[in-house]
Design a binder for this molecule. Structure first.
Ligand SMILES: Nc1ncnc2c1ncn2[C@@H]1O[C@H](COP(=O)(O)OP(=O)(O)OP(=O)(O)O)[C@@H](O)[C@H]1O
Ligand SMILES: [Mg+2]
Length: 260
């Protein structure tokens, strides 16, 4: 589900239609907006391999457009709805809260991967899962979080305070700390050749949701997410993870690949 407007919207439509042709079972739903679809620019310096991210603010949405987007997110009654990233200007974090409530009311599982106000508001509904990085975790507990035990404690604090089922704290090259009703576990990330970290967080969440949807055990699904995040790092620019690399890394982490 995405906001379509202007020339960038047309380009996105083409790219997504191509994905539909290539991948069975993939679909998307565009909601028309007056302003232009958000465009981000990522510059990779060949000499150093350094990556510069220029994150633009999203388009200004009318009240009506914001509502249409929310409706589109819940109309399929999906088993998982992921609210990821920042919200466009003029749309408050309250919207993620409304979305989370609607998803739960419909019997779906709400997954939140955001920051700032959107994260603080969205978490209030007690999502099935939140995936903060260390900084975002700090925003949730109102203090800076250091490593090890402190991470697990802060994760548990989030679980109890907001009624979240799983807190997955992503730690870039260090993998992730998972906190659920069975306690906490640090999942180390496999060592990979770094091309670009763009999309690592998104790929992690996508990997977890895919694995859970295919009925993988919760902790193994978290491992699959870590493998997907690491796989995203091996691809250049804004490319996300590939299934082949994800499966290979996951196998190396001693799990078993989810069946189709
Ligand atoms: N250098 C790396 N080596 C191996 N795995 C990595 C590396 N960087 C990231 N990952 C994988 O990707 C996951 C998500 O990365 P990270 O913690 O940087 O997310 P993030 O801060 O939400 O990033 P963003 O939102 O910018 O994509 C990690 O938990 C890990 O599994
Ligand atoms: Mg992130």
């Amino acid at each position: 589900m995405w906001a379509r407007g202007g020339a960038i919207g047309d380009l996105y439509q083409e790219l997504l239609d191509e994905e539909v042709r290539r991948h069975k079972g993939f679909s998307h739903r565009a909601v028309e907006i007056d302003a232009s679809t958000r465009e981000n620019i990522i510059v990779v310096e060949d000499d150093t391999g350094d990556v510069y991210r220029f994150g633009m603010p999203g388009p200004e949405l009318s009240e009506h457009e914001a509502e249409a987007l929310l409706d589109a997110a819940t109309e399929g009654e999906a088993s998982f709805v992921v609210a990821s990233g920042s919200l466009p200007p003029g749309v408050t974090g309250q919207r993620y809260r409304e979305l989370g409530k609607q998803v739960s009311d419909l019997g779906g599982r709400f997954v939140l991967d955001s920051s700032g106000d959107a994260l603080r508001e969205g978490v209030q509904v007690g999502p099935f899962m939140v995936k903060p990085n260390r900084k975002e975790l700090g925003q949730l507990v109102g203090r800076e979080v250091s490593g090890g035990d402190d991470l697990a404690e802060a994760g548990e604090e989030v679980r109890r305070r907001y009624g979240v089922e799983v807190v997955m704290i992503s730690l870039a090259a260090e993998g992730a700390m998972v906190v659920d009703s069975n306690g906490s576990e640090h999942i180390a990330a496999p060592e990979v050749e770094i091309k670009s970290g763009v999309g690592a967080g998104d790929s992690t969440v996508a990997g977890v949701v895919l694995a859970l949807e295919r009925e993988m055990d919760l902790r193994d699904a978290m491992r699959y997410g870590v493998a997907a995040g690491a796989a995203a790092v091996t691809t250049p620019g804004s490319q996300l993870c590939g299934k082949k690399t994800t499966d290979k890394l996951f196998e190396e982490m001693k799990g078993s690949v989810p069946t189709q």
